[in-house]
Each structure stands twice: as structure tokens, then as C-alpha cells.
Design a protein around this ligand. Structure first.
Ligand code: ADP
Length: 626
């Protein structure tokens, strides 16, 4: 029979599995059980509306059998099964197509990493087996098919016999090696405890014939071996158990198997809601964003169950965008099993649940921030962006709700602080929350605009994310303190006396300032004497609502035509020796134009912005030096 080849991506996954140095090879078991349970779910769901299925809740089962002599591990289910085409499509190609390509492009392609990120499912069989057979008959079909593969060199599909619908997967378990005792997967005690460890909550019985030795009846001196049909799992969904009865390890295993993560979650939130609608919720916050979290295709949402039966895999209405990183499930007996997706969207009960969920998530995050800052900062590193976008989006509708959760780098403390911590530490005479935007914290701290603010003994929040300034402007105030950028035109940090002196200086130098402005026309809106600089000769600030940083962010957006511009102002430090020189020039001196360009370019460089003509800049400096 002609061998079919695996699709390129599947082949790569397979290679990784076959040569896997992954130490948790036992996960193949939970993956196969999870597939079997999904297959049964599908048929059970069908049976609710279709009498022809002819099976009730209690008729479904997953069965494991072990044959030590032939080294065979078999797992079967009486679920929905697969047609020939489905065998070909589902087992010949990796379901999450594109993921591997993405992964190897962006990462080392480490096997452990890949298994972790995508939960390779069925292919994990090849970690423990050299030969895999899948016998399946789809519900409603008369035919059964056998899929078979020994790994790398492809697979075959041939006609077969099977009495009822469902799937039987048979693994020929590898021989022991120095590093791995494959034999353990043929040992009933090991398999039974692995099922308990990883798959206890599966809602259908996982049965296995087990053998026990016991004292012989009537002859207690002798023993006999009895074979028993044993159900290995408790079948109680984890979220239905009392919190006190669940160990952290159980929560973590459940999370990893159910939501395809390799790492333990960062935070687990388990609670029940009562009132208008009662439900159980089990929510997880991952340590790291899923690989596609920032892609357009990313689907947020929670699994939705009605009395233990999953009715939706990703219910987006349960989570706001800014908490889109949360995974988990909600189970409510108040939701109808047959409710359609369209109806769900308008479901009042669902909305009620969503509101409590988001409040609860926030409370838990706040608690983490207060009680375990290190862990919160790890969370924040991964998921600060959705929260910051949450401040800003929907016209700031959620800003008050979310503003307690943000942290910024404090220049004075040199660590992340919350807005509350900033405000609590403010000096008595300080009116504003000062912030500086730049590409990095180091850059922000070095901005000349910050000199005066720091001189006053005021702390500055360094903001480095694109969304930061937009979010902060949306916030406007926090605890009645307004936000103020160190680059705002009206920083107003000077005394009345200084102000008068400045006005006089401005009057005195108005001709040269006007000449500089003229020389820079088209580039800046104005040239002014600065009241915020100490040691630097110049800096750029902006008038109006748009800062230079915001202009940069907007310009980098794909839809931008570059037409939105900040109103730039070149500020010159009147106390700087350079200004001493400028002050002696007459307005029509040829050097005015040259110096204006030089000062403007310097200001751009300090801001971290490109200069228009680097060659001219370099020549001008050389000219001065020689
Ligand atoms: P995943 O389960 O994450 O989709 P797998 O590689 O484990 O990925 O499985 C691929 C697909 O093969 C499943 O989505 C399912 O459609 C099908 N499949 C696997 N095992 C079974 C089974 N026991 N019964 C029916 N279909 C199955």
C-alpha cells in the first residue's frame, strides 16, 4: 500500500517527538485521554438532540488495556470517531497549522518549548511508541478505517472492521533505554496513578481491567489473582470540588492539560458565584502570553459549561479585552444547554457573570500587587499592555477601574511604583504627577527637560510604552492630581520673580529669538527661552495637545500618512554659555541660520529623533572645530 507523507510541519513535530529528550513523556496519556473525552463530548452533545445516537450519558466510556508481553498500550473510546478523510486530515496534518513555522522563526525551536506552547496532542504518542495504530469508525458511517504509522516515513490508511463508532488507538511501546523506563507505561499501577494525577476530572469513566492478588476465599493461607474492571478517575470536575480539597498541583496539572501550557499558571482563581445566577469559575493567569497573544487572530474567552457539559470553547463575552490573557472556565446550571451563540451574546445571566468575573480578577490582581510585588511585576511584565490599552480604549470608560493596576518606573526610587505610591510620596507643594516619555527608562531619566523638575525634589514616572502617554492623557488625573509631561510647554515651575526676570530677558533678546525662529520656520512653531533647563543648552517641547512622542507613535502606525504633527518648540537655556554667544549676534548675521540648525539638530538628537541632514550637521561641527 502506498505510504502517504506527513505534511512538512507535522513531520517536524514528529521528528521532535521521536527524538524527544522531553522528560515528561507520560503526558501522551493525558493527551490521548483528552482527545477521547472530546470525541465523546461531541457524540454526547449530538445525543441530546438526536435520538438515533442511541446512547445515554452512562453508556460512554474510555478504556485502557495493557499487554505486557506484546508491549501494547491501547486506549479506546466510544465517541464520535473519524471518517477516512478525517483520519487523513487530523492525523496527517498538525491542527494548529502555521504555529510551528511561527515558532521556529521566532525562537530556538526547542522541543520542550514547542510541546509546551502548543500541546502537540496526538503526536506525543510517538514519544513512547515506535508504531501507532488508530482504528476508527465515525458516527453515522458504515465503514471503519485503520491509520497506521511507524513515524518518519509516513502513514497508511486502509479499510478495516469495527463494530461500533469510536476510536481505538494502539501504541507499540518502545524498549527501555538507559534514560527512560518505557516499561512503566505497561504497568497497571503506574498507568492508574498517572490517570488519577492528570485526568481525574474527566467526566466519563476511564476504565481498566486490573489484576489484584488477594487471600483465597475459604483458604486464607493461599492467594488468588482476581481481575476487576476498575474506574480510575473520580469524574468530579475539578471546579466542582471544594477548594480545601484541591492541591495546588492539581490546579496546575488541570491548567496545563486543558489550556495547552507548558508552565504552571502564575495565578489561579477559583470561586463560586451565587445570587441572580449561580456558577463556578476556575480562572488562570498564565506566566507568559500565548505565542499568538498579540496577533489579530488571537481569540480570547473562557470555556463555558452548562451543568458540566461544555457548550462553548471560547466565550469572549465573559472577558473584557483588557483581561483577554485570562483563561479558564465557567460552569453554570442556570444556562440552558441548547442556547445558541447569538442568544448567548444577549444573555442577561452571562452579562451578570462577566461583571463579577472582571471585578474578581481585578481584586485578585490588586491583592497580588499588595502582597507579592515580585510576582505581580512578573505578571505586569507579561500583561501590562492590555491593561494600559484598557485605560485608553472605549474613550477611557474603564480608566478608573484599571488605574490601580498600573505601575511605572519611578526616577527617584529607581523601581516600579503604582500611581498611589507616587501620589503618597509627593511633596507637599507638588501639584502634578510628572512623567517623561522616551524609548527606555535610561533615556527618559537623561532628558534635559527633567532637570528642573528633579531640582524641585519631585519624582518623575518614566514611560516607555507607545500607549503610555495616550493612556495617561486619557486618565487626566489620579487622586485629584493632574498628570504633567516634563515636556509640556507650560511646566510653570518658576517663582514669580524668576518669571519676571525671564520676561525681561525675553524682551531683551526678542530680535535674536525671532531670527532663530525665522531660520527654523517649517520645523518649529516657536523658539523660546527655557525655564526648565539647567545644564543642557537646548531641548524640544511642544505646544498643544499632541506631544512629540505621541506624534512618533502615530506616525509609526500602518494607517498613518504622517500628517499629524506636534507643535514643536525649541527651548534655549538662557544661562548656557552658548546663549551668551547667540546674544552677541545681530539678527542678520549669517551665523544665525547655521547656529539655529545646529541647536535644533542637537535637540532632536537628545530626544532620540533622527536629524534631517546628518552630513550637514557633521560638516557644521567640523567647521566650528577647525
Ligand atoms: P487537538 O486535540 O489539540 O486538536 P490532536 O493532534 O491531539 O490535536 O488531534 C487532532 C485531531 O484529531 C483532533 O482535533 C480530533 O479532531 C481528532 N482526534 C484525535 N483523537 C480523536 C479521537 N479519539 N476520536 C475522534 N477524533 C480524534
Amino acid at each position: 500500500m502506498a505510504k502517504k507523507q506527513f505534511k512538512a510541519e507535522s513531520r517536524r513535530i514528529l521528528d521532535l517527538m521521536i527524538d524527544s529528550i522531553y522528560t515528561h513523556k507520560e503526558i501522551f496519556l493525558r493527551e490521548l485521554i483528552s482527545n477521547a473525552s472530546d470525541a465523546i463530548d461531541k457524540l454526547y452533545f449530538l445525543s441530546l438532540t438526536d435520538d438515533k445516537v442511541g446512547k445515554g450519558r452512562d453508556d460512554f466510556e474510555i478504556r485502557i488495556s495493557l499487554d505486557k508481553d506484546k508491549r501494547l498500550f491501547t486506549i479506546s473510546d466510544n465517541g464520535i470517531g473519524m471518517t477516512r478523510d478525517e483520519l487523513d486530515a487530523n492525523l496527517g496534518t498538525i491542527a494548529k497549522s502555521g504555529t510551528l513555522a511561527f515558532k521556529t522563526e521566532h525562537d530556538t525551536g526547542d522541543a520542550v518549548d514547542i510541546i509546551g506552547q502548543f500541546g502537540v496532542g496526538f503526536y506525543s504518542s510517538f514519544m513512547v511508541s515506535d508504531n501507532v495504530k488508530v482504528l476508527s469508525r465515525a458516527y453515522g458511517s458504515e465503514e471503519a478505517w485503520l491509520w497506521e504509522s511507524a513515524g518518519r516515513d509516513g502513514y497508511t490508511i486502509s479499510a478495516a472492521e469495527k463494530e461500533d463508532c469510536g476510536t481505538v488507538i494502539t501504541l507499540e511501546i518502545k524498549e527501555n533505554t538507559e534514560d527512560e523506563q518505557y516499561d512503566r507505561f505497561l504497568n497497571q499501577h503506574t498507568v492508574s496513578s498517572l490517570v488519577k494525577q492528570y485526568s481525574d476530572y474527566i467526566r466519563y469513566p476511564i476504565r481498566m481491567q486490573t489484576q489484584h492478588t488477594r487471600a483465597k476465599k475459604g483458604d486464607p493461607g493461599d492467594t488468588e489473582t482476581v481481575t476487576e474492571d476498575e474506574t480510575l478517575n473520580s469524574m468530579i470536575p475539578l471546579w466542582k470540588k471544594a477548594k480545601s480539597e484541591i492541591k495546588e498541583g492539581e490546579y496546575n496539572e488541570f491548567y496545563k492539560s486543558k489550556f495547552h501550557d507548558f508552565e504552571d499558571p502564575l495565578l489561579t482563581i477559583h470561586f463560586s458565584g451565587e445570587g441572580v445566577v449561580s456558577y463556578d469559575a476556575l480562572l488562570y493567569i498564565p506566566k507568559n502570553p500565548p505565542y499568538d497573544f498579540y496577533a489579530k487572530e488571537y481569540q480570547r474567552g473562557l470555556q463555558l459549561y452548562s451543568s458540566g457539559v461544555m457548550i462553548m470553547e471560547k466565550c469572549a463575552d465573559l472577558l473584557p479585552d483588557y483581561f483577554g490573557f485570562v483563561s479558564g472556565l465557567v460552569d453554570s446550571s442556570d444556562l440552558s444547554l441548547n442556547i445558541s451563540r447569538e442568544l448567548l451574546q444577549h444573555d442577561r445571566q452571562l452579562k451578570t457573570i462577566a461583571v463579577t468575573l472582571k471585578k474578581r480578577i481585578k481584586t485578585e490582581l490588586k491583592k497580588l500587587m499588595d502582597n507579592d510585588r515580585e510576582k505581580y511585576e512578573a505578571f505586569y511584565k507579561s500583561f501590562r499592555l492590555p491593561i494600559k490599552y484598557g485605560l485608553y480604549s472605549d474613550y477611557g470608560m474603564n480608566k478608573d477601574f484599571l488605574s490601580d493596576l498600573v505601575l511605572y518606573h519611578s526616577a527617584a526610587e529607581n523601581k516600579l511604583v503604582s500611581l498611589k505610591e507616587y501620589v503618597d510620596a509627593m511633596k507637599e507643594d507638588q501639584k502634578h504627577i510628572y512623567y517623561a516619555c522616551a524609548e527606555t527608562v535610561e533615556r527618559a531619566m537623561k532628558l534635559p527637560q527633567t532637570e528642573r523638575v528633579r531640582d524641585q525634589g519631585y519624582d518623575i514616572l518614566c514611560m516607555t510604552d507607545d500607549v503610555d502617554e495616550f493612556a495617561v492623557r486619557m486618565l487626566g488625573t489620579y487622586m485629584e492630581k493632574t498628570f504633567k509631561s516634563v515636556s509640556d510647554a507650560d511646566l510653570n515651575l518658576v517663582s514669580d520673580e524668576e518669571k519676571r526676570a525671564q520676561e525681561r530677558a525675553h524682551e531683551e533678546h526678542k530680535d535674536i529669538l525671532a531670527a532663530l525662529k525665522e531660520a527654523l520656520s517649517g520645523k518649529v512653531k516657536d523658539v523660546r527661552l527655557s525655564d526648565r533647563l539647567k545644564s543642557s543648552p537646548v531641548c524640544l517641547t511642544s505646544d498643544g495637545p499632541l506631544s512629540i512622542e505621541m506624534e512618533q507613535v502615530l506616525a509609526s502606525m500602518p494607517v498613518s500618512d504622517g500628517s499629524v504633527k506636534a507643535e514643536r518648540v525649541l527651548e534655549i537655556n538662557p544661562a548656557h554659555p552658548v546663549f551668551g554667544v547667540l546674544g552677541t549676534l545681530s539678527a542678520d548675521d549669517a551665523r544665525v541660520k547655521k547656529y539655529a540648525d545646529l541647536l535644533y539638530d542637537q535637540a532632536l538628537l537628545i530626544e532620540g529623533l533622527p536629524i534631517e541632514d546628518p552630513v550637514a550637521f557633521s560638516n557644521a561641527i567640523c567647521e566650528l572645530m577647525v
